[in-house]
Design a protein around this ligand. Structure first.
Ligand SMILES: [Zn+2]
Length: 432
């Protein structure tokens, strides 16, 4: 997260995405260079934005000179403490981590995440603009992390986190650092959007998505699924379903959760390479000045260009309308017809709804591509016996597929790519 989002959420009204005058105003303050000489107590270390150029002692004071080598956004902070400093390097970037000497527990893990993120985002989205990267613990119990250009601040709670490294576990500190590093591309001084609806999608939605990629790269599908489940679970809490579309998102829930889920779903339909290519193109246009202040309309256009016509309906559902699916498997039968040949019959029910900002539900006819998955006993969702996209229309219908080994369960949209408030009835087993 970055602190700006709280301010955005607290504002009475965010200018409309379709207000062309409002689209000329940036979301955050102008680009600036930064230089500071900070004096502190002799036994403390001072930290500020920028690369550490010089440090010296005079009398009973210690001094630190920080300077940026490229423009940063309008926000910075200055901290001082009895820090332990861990120094490392990624390519020509000097990484410095400042932490309380007793809070070393997750430092190596966080450093691994910073390095993996710098490498992955550079490869996918373009170069990191600075020669330094600073990660600094700040006083206070909170567990949140925030990002400014070239620097991440995090709360003391990180040393208490006990992440689960197992195959289907979840490494929270690793993920959070990847998310914060992602803001060096999405938000801050780089992709500063216009200050209109949807701005948070370009900052938080894309940082959530980018962080998920690094998590998956390090830990595989199991950790990613844990995170996708978490994004879905917040949908299941009591909340009004009457929200704007993702393009016009005006609250944190939409940018983070819905934004992350929509981008994740898209990777499963058109492939991660195409999604990342669209994001790289958006960022390049911003950096070259071709697109001074991007909006979600520009993001949509980039994504549309890499999506086949046959899936344009999906882009509409994910980004332009407030769409929900009600997907359910009502019957699952399997019979062996000959050796190595099992005939599976699924009876499924599907419905697609659009809910407008007043809460009115409207059913829309459906003829959507959805995953159909069949699974063996003892095997997880990441090891399907069968997983293919099928055309699914509104109402009840029967699907027949053949699999080579004895199936145990199956259903539609087993990986929950769509927003469905009842996820537990998508897949059912033989005995249910
Ligand atoms: Zn963020």
């Amino acid at each position: 997260m970055i602190r700006k989002k709280y301010r955005l959420a607290a504002r009475p009204a965010i200018p409309s995405l379709y207000d062309s005058e409002a689209r000329k105003k940036p979301f955050s303050t102008d680009q600036t260079s930064f230089e500071a000489v900070v004096g502190t107590a002799k036994d403390e270390v001072a930290v500020a934005s920028g690369a550490l150029h010089k440090t010296w002692t005079k009398g009973d004071r210690r001094y630190f000179q920080y300077k940026t080598d490229a423009a940063i956004g309008g926000e910075y902070a200055i901290l001082s403490g009895k820090y332990t400093v861990k120094e490392s390097q990624w390519n020509n970037v000097v990484i410095r981590m400042y932490y309380h000497p007793d809070h070393a527990q997750n430092i190596d893990r966080m450093l691994r995440s910073v390095k993996a993120s710098l490498a992955y985002f550079t490869e996918q989205f373009g170069p990191y603009p600075y020669k330094h990267f600073t990660v600094v613990e700040r006083a206070g119990f909170g567990g949140g992390a925030t990002a400014d250009a070239g620097i991440i601040y995090y709360g003391e709670q990180y040393s208490l986190m006990n992440p689960d490294d197992s195959k289907n576990g979840f490494d929270l500190p690793y993920y959070i650092l990847a998310h914060e590093v992602a803001h060096q591309w999405w938000g801050l001084a780089r992709l500063t959007p216009a200050n209109v609806e949807g701005a948070g999608v370009l900052i938080e939605g894309l940082a959530v998505y980018a962080g998920m990629q690094v998590l998956e790269q390090q830990y595989g599908d199991g950790h990613l699924r844990q995170y996708v489940n978490y994004l879905h679970s917040s949908y299941e809490m009591p909340r009004s379903l009457a929200t704007p579309s993702l393009l016009q998102a005006n609250e944190a829930f939409l940018y983070y959760r819905k934004g992350g889920l929509a981008m994740y779903a898209l990777t499963k339909y058109i492939g991660k390479e195409k999604v990342n290519g669209a994001l790289r193109s958006l960022l390049q246009k911003r950096i070259s000045g071709a697109l001074p202040l991007p909006t979600t309309l520009d993001l949509f256009q980039e994504i549309q260009q890499v999506t086949p016509d046959s899936l344009h309906y999906l882009l509409h559902d994910l980004f332009k309308a407030n769409t929900y699916w009600r997907l359910k498997t009502k019957q699952f039968d399997a019979v062996q017809t000959k050796a190595g040949h099992w005939q599976v019959t699924l009876k499924v029910q599907a419905q697609k709804l659009v809910i407008d900002s007043t809460g009115t539900e409207k059913e829309v006819p459906m003829n959507d591509w959805l995953e159909v998955g069949i699974y063996e006993e003892g095997k997880g969702l990441n090891e399907p016996l069968y997983l293919q996209m099928h055309r699914i229309r509104s109402g009840e219908q029967t699907i027949k597929v053949t699999v080579p080994r004895k199936p145990d369960r199956g259903g539609i949209d087993p990986n929950n790519l769509m927003i469905d408030l009842r996820r537990d009835d998508n897949v059912m087993g033989v005995d249910e």
